[in-house]
Each structure stands twice: as C-alpha cells, then as structure tokens.
Design a protein around this ligand. Sequence first.
Ligand SMILES: Nc1nc2c(c(=O)[nH]1)N[C@H]1C(S)=C(S)[C@@H](COP(=O)(O)OP(=O)(O)OC[C@H]3O[C@@H](n4cnc5c(=O)[nH]c(N)nc54)[C@H](O)[C@@H]3O)O[C@H]1N2
Ligand SMILES: Nc1nc2c(c(=O)[nH]1)N[C@H]1C(S)=C(S)[C@@H](COP(=O)(O)OP(=O)(O)OC[C@H]3O[C@@H](n4cnc5c(=O)[nH]c(N)nc54)[C@H](O)[C@@H]3O)O[C@H]1N2
Ligand SMILES: [Mo]
Length: 824
Amino acid sequence: MDGSVDRIAEPWGVRTPYGPGDGWPVRTDTHLAAGIGEDDVERWAQTASLLHSNGDAMDVAVREGRIVGVRGRAVDRVNRGRLGPKDLFGWQAVGSGDRLTRPLVREGGRLVESDWEHAMGRIVSRSKELLEERGPGAVGLYTTGQLFLEEYYTLAVIARAGIGTHHLDGNTRLCTATAAEALKETFACDGQPGSYTDVDHADVIALFGHNVAETQPVLWMRMLDRLDGPEPPRLVCVDPRPTPVARRATVHLAPRLGTNVALLNALLHVIIRGDRVDHDFVQAHTVGYEELAARVKTCTPHWAARICDVPAAAIEEAAAVIGDAERLLSTVLQGVYQSHQATAAAVQVNNLHLIRGMLGRPGAGLLQMNGQPSAENTRECGADGDLPGFRNWQNDEHVAELARLWNVTPDTIPHYAPPTHAMQILRYAEQGSVRMLWITGSNPAVSLPELSRIRAVLSQERLFTVVQDLFLNETAQLADVVLPAATWAEKTGTFTNADRTVHLSEKAVEPPGEARPDLDILLDYATRMDFRDKDGGPLITWHDPESAFRAWQRCSAGRPCDYTGLSYDRLRGGSGIQWPCTADAPDGTERLYTDGIGWAHPDGCESYGKDLVTGAALEPVEYRSLNPDGKALIKAAEYLPPHEDTTPDFPLQLTTGRTLYHFHTRTKTGRVPQLDAAAPEMWAELSAAEAAARGLAEGDLVEVATPRGAVRARLRVTAIRDGLVFLPFHYGYWDTPAGYQPQTRVAGRAANETTITDWDPVSKQPLFKTAAARVRLFAHGDGVPAPAPTTTASAPVHPDAVPPTEGGPQAHATHAGDRPEDRS
Ligand SMILES: Nc1nc2c(c(=O)[nH]1)N[C@H]1C(S)=C(S)[C@@H](COP(=O)(O)OP(=O)(O)OC[C@H]3O[C@@H](n4cnc5c(=O)[nH]c(N)nc54)[C@H](O)[C@@H]3O)O[C@H]1N2
Ligand SMILES: Nc1nc2c(c(=O)[nH]1)N[C@H]1C(S)=C(S)[C@@H](COP(=O)(O)OP(=O)(O)OC[C@H]3O[C@@H](n4cnc5c(=O)[nH]c(N)nc54)[C@H](O)[C@@H]3O)O[C@H]1N2
Ligand SMILES: [Mo]
C-alpha cells in the first residue's frame, strides 16, 4: 500500500480495513519539507500531537537545528503511525518568523521590547503589592489545555499554596469541564472509562455532538477502517450538521440545537420500554435506576420528535441499534458540552451505558471526550477548578493530604467553596476585585463569548494583564506584560490524551530568541516571589521537567490518576502508556471499571455531585446517604427549553464550531501554507431552503447578527438542517497570513462577537452552541464561492459550483504499510 497522497484533498488517507477484535494495522505517515529526504534528517525527536486531544504519537525530524518534518510512530497504541493534516503540516508554525522573541512591557500605552529581568520584576512587584493590599483573591490565573503536565502541576502549587488564590482555571472550562463534570456526576470521580481500542471491538458506535472526522481525524481513520472491514460496526450520529460522520451513519439524527436531553430521554425511554436493560449490572453497580425509569416514562419518541424536530421513527431506529448492541462505544463532545443542558445531557449518555451494562469490557466503552491535547492534565493537576489528583475540596482529609505533600498548613489551600470558574474570574476582573490576570497559552480575546465585553474587561486600566504566549495574538495586544514562551518541540514534558495515554514530548530544537519554556518561567516566578513551606523551606522543590514529573507522581500516588509506575525512561522509545500505571499495573490500564465502580465511595470520591438543574453542590452527608456503597449514580434529568430561543427578530438558531484544517484561533494553523489555503477566510453556512427564503446564494456576502454583535462572511450553502446557521470560530480580528506578512486588522470576523455570556449551571462551561440569530444579505457575491472546504461538513450542496479543496504537490505525504518490527 506504500505511496503518497494529497492529504488536504484526502484528509484521512488510504484505508487499512480490519475486522472486530483484530489489531489495527500500521500505516506510517510522513511529511518532510520540500527538498528534504529521510536521509537528510539528522535526528528524530519523540513527541505526540499538540493540536487536539487524540495524542497521535510522532517523531519530529531535525536538520541543522530546525524542524524539517514529522513521521507518525508505528509502535504507538493510539495512532499506529497515522497523522492527520494538522499534524503533518502544523509543525511549520513553530519556526514561524513572527514568534515572540523578547518580553514586552506597556510603556505610555504601547508595548515595547524589554528584558526578562524588567518584565518579571514588574509581575513580581505587582503580585506582592496586590497580596499585601488586597489579599490573594486579587490575583487570577487563566491557563490552557495546551501546556505540559509538569507546568500545570507547578502552576497549581503556585496558585493554591504559594499565592493562595481560589481563582485558577483553564480554558478547559470552555472545552472539557462538562466531560469532567459528567464523569463526576456518574462515577463521583473524573477519569475516562473507555479506550480507543474499543473501536476495534465495538458493534455499535454512537457519536453525540462529536465531529470526530474533523476534530480527531486519526480516531476517525480507525473507525473508517472498521467500517470498510468485515462485520463493520453500525454508526449512530447525533449532529445537526452533515458531518463526514453523519454521511457514514446507519442512523443520523439532526436535532434542533439545545435539545440533546429530550432526544436522549427518548432513547432511554425506548430502551427501558423494550426492557433492553442489563438488570444484573444495574442491581450490582448502580443507584437511581427507578428514578430514571419514572422520569423518561412519558418521553416517547413522538414527544421528543416535536421538541427536537427529528422523525419519531428515526429515534426508534437509533434506540433499536443502541438497544441491540452487544459492545456499544459512545463518544460525546462539544455538540453536547457547549450546548444547552450540557451536563444533564452528557450524563444521560452515561446512563445509556449503565442501564445497558456497557462498561469495562472490550468494545463497551464510554468516551466523554477531551478536546485539547493536554486538557486531561489541566484537570488531573488541578490547574482548573479542581484540586490536584482528583481530590475533593469538600473532603478535609483530601485537603490535609495536599497540605502534607506540600508541607503547608491546610488553611493555606483555599477550600471554603469550589475553585472559581473561568467566567466568574472574568466577572471578578470586570467588577474590580481581581486586579491581576495571568493568561498562559490561551487567546480569550477571540475564544471567549461576547467579545466586545471581553475586550472591555481585558483592556481596563486597573487590571494588570500578563500574557505568556508564542505570538502577539489578539489577547497579547491588550496585555501589560507579554512573555515569550517556548513550545512543543522546544521543551520537554509529558501530556495525556483523551483515553489516558501518557506521552513524552522531547525537546527537538532551541526556542527562538529569548523565549523560555513555560515551566522555567513559572519556576522563576516562584523563586522571585520566594514562596515558602511552613518550615521556611522553598515551596517548589523541583527545578526541571523530570523532577517536576516526579513531584507530580507523589501527588498522584493512590489516586485514580496514579502515575507512580511511569518514568521518562519508560515513556521513551515505545508506545504511550495509559494511567493508572502502578507497581501492580506496570503496563498501564486499558479500561476503568472492569471490576465494578472504583472511586465513588464517600471517603475517596472527587465529588459529591450536584443538582443537574441548579448546579448546587450536594453536602457530604447527603451523598453518604444517597450512595453509601460507592456505586455509579444514575441521575435523571428533565428537558428544559434553551435559555435563548428564536424570536421573529432572530429567527434562526446559531451554532459555532470547527473545521478540519484549523486549530482554534489559528495562531498555529493560520501560519501554515497548506492549512491556511484550505480554509483561508471566515464563512457562514445555511441550508438551501433557508438561503432561498432570503434570496441568498453560494458566495453572497451575508451579515450574521445576534443581540451581542455581528460578523460578515461569504455564504456556503450546505446540507445543514433548516433553521440553523453555522459559523467557524477560528478567525480572529487580526489576520496572520501564512508567509508572515505584517498582521492586519479585520473587523466583524470573529464568531464570538455574536455568542452569549451564559453557561451550564453544573459544569459552568460556556454555551457556544445555542443562540438565536438573523442572517441578511450584505452584498451579492461576484461568483466567488465561500472560502470553506469541500471535504468536510462544509461541503456545498451544489458541488459543481465550487472547486474542490486540494493541497497540490506541497500537501503530499507518504504512507507505508506494516513492517514486521512494528507489530506489537
Ligand atoms: N480540526 C480541529 N480539530 C480540533 C480542534 C480544532 O480547533 N480544529 N480543537 C480541539 C478541541 S480543543 C476540541 S474541544 C475538539 C472539539 O471537537 P468537536 O466537538 O467534534 O467539534 P465542534 O465543531 O466544536 O462540535 C462538534 C459538533 O457539534 C455539533 N452541534 C452543535 N450544536 C449541537 C447540539 O445542540 N446538539 C448536538 N447533538 N450537536 C450539536 C456541531 O454541528 C458539530 O459538528 O476538537 C479538537 N480537535
Ligand atoms: N464560538 C466558539 N468559541 C469557542 C469554541 C467553540 O466551539 N465556539 N470552543 C472553545 C474551546 S473547546 C476551546 S479549547 C477554546 C480554545 O481557545 P484558546 O485557548 O483561545 O485557543 P488557542 O487559539 O489555541 O490559544 C492558545 C494560545 O496559546 C498559545 N500557545 C500554544 N502553545 C503554547 C505553549 O507551549 N506555551 C504558551 N505559553 N502558549 C502557547 C498559542 O499561540 C495561542 O495564542 O475556544 C473556545 N471557544
Ligand atoms: Mo476545546
């Protein structure tokens, strides 16, 4: 099968079909810079993908101190050598000519070049001033899902035990807060139950609001290879857009936005009505079944059909497929997490698995997906609104454990209330109680909802903003101090993907100019702040990535995410390894809950749970009486209508999301010629009927407006459901074209000008996927089609009208088949 294809035109490459229970064949994908052959590569450095949560393992090719390409790692359990388009080409952004190379500080209103001494000095003196005058609550830290484990753990210790602030969260709040919360509601603890190898065994795969084809293309390759092999699985897809997944589905349900709970309750109704319930499993491992059965009794497919605008027969059919499954794998992502009733809906997917006994065996897998590459570590290390090691802020013994570990008194670690969530930190900054905000690895001026408000908050005079990034992005433009960070391939560390696989990422090249690894910056800050433990010793006792990793191992010991059996050496050379990895499970753990529910006992659990409607936290005593034996919790939820519904003025539903070729606010992918060219500009999507009703055609310039703001973009007419407009959220208000020309300002282009300040009451995740909007003609097109890809959910209904998305010779990547030495 060896050969080469244009991986912009054919994002998933060639097929390697396989049957149930067989190992996924190897296919090694390679892309090297023009004119470079494998013989020209001086060195390969081991790492994994940092442009999504899949954790595709790869080696970075180095020549003369520069990255010149990448090759998938055939030995790795996650990808068996394959890479997606973003990873094949995205490495070029690391060497981009416009990286930040020196610290910047604001002088007389302008950002000017400075040095580390001066820039760190400003941060430290402001920190000390605020701690003195206003206390730790004046300092907020907003991090990411894109750093390394060692960095998050250091950040968490600095925040919780050094500064002593409650206000530390990640952009994971926008991303996987609901995944974590749904797992906490059902299993009383975070931790992904399933494994990617469940794809190898499943007879039914159900995807809820997850466009895996575009957002984890290698996982989709695995599914495609099953679909093209003997005894293929049946696919259920719940998504309002015609995604590549929807096009391959046995049953595709395209609900109205924000109606996931109604749809899931109807699926549960049919399964319970037909008694496709594993009563033995329910009896042995769960509490709450009776309440669920009562709750969904009236949720017939006919009832849901009216709410979701999906045919009742299709709901029956999907329920029959799920009800008949012997090995059901479900995945859930942003179509649930960022939509109305996020946690309540995600929990109903868990319920499907619990009542069908689909847990803890090959193929019976549940993946409450992650989005960002290291979001898992943000959660584990407690750099989001959790305590490190999945510890429970309401459990005094857990807080005491951390205090012993860090040699501080328990009252040093704030735990009087749940750690502050990102939207609330922003609110405190808006109101003036938070006076310093340190942003690491995120671009909130593009990625948070209601941008006019975010810009106003971040540019306040009284708020001291620090931005630590690779580029002078939209957020950095508003900062008081900008710190140049080294990134992936320029620093060493570990990170963990969505199925708990830990990878080592080695330094391959030097960072540009004075840019420094995030870990070094944080350690430097801790030293300058002189953070001490209770005996006067230094609070932070580690000094480099490997010693930070060992410190984290001690923190993880005995917790669900136990890393004690791992080491840098063990992660070097072979495959990534799944946690928990301990002396008892030295090769890691493929699936959780193979032997009952492990972490729901009141003494050990991470969370006592919340009310699914109000988000109010349960008291320890309430939890103890509800679940004394630590079983899984079946929690029912009632469907409630979306907060912002359509009106005559705003008659369409608006959703936002991703395209295959770009990552977030495009700081990395926008600087890569192959990726930039595949989707160079903003667009909007409507169905043919909605376009016709407004006299609109492909390529017309339209304005999409909500009560918050508007964007202008060319229209792509697709097979999206009626009543819906879609905007990709990748395009910021600064253009950063590949080729590194100077940036230019583009007004009215970022999708988040239109989105609403609103969040799920339980997980506090912002709702980027349910709002009401109107679309009107701004100017007729000039025959030029919308700049949207044709290979994705954005495929035009009239393919002849739009030239196909291709990458040409520069987008060719090679693939090579199984070699005996690669077989594991
Ligand atoms: N190419 C690419 N890949 C990425 C990323 C990227 O930026 N680009 N980012 C990474 C990150 S951080 C994340 S979080 C993931 C996100 O990965 P996904 O969740 O797969 O991506 P999205 O496009 O945000 O949303 C998924 C789908 O939700 C559907 N949807 C919208 N509203 C609803 C609803 O109310 N109900 C249902 N059932 N579906 C709905 C949309 O039509 C969309 O197809 O991707 C990761 N991978
Ligand atoms: N409308 C709408 N908005 C959304 C979403 C949506 O679906 N719709 N999705 C949400 C989701 S799921 C997510 S995850 C967020 C993502 O939103 P952001 O976090 O804003 O995403 P990025 O553009 O990836 O920003 C990451 C920043 O970190 C920098 N960076 C990269 N690597 C490093 C590093 O090693 N060190 C440092 N210091 N910096 C680094 C990059 O240059 C970039 O500026 O957007 C959210 N916003
Ligand atoms: Mo995300």
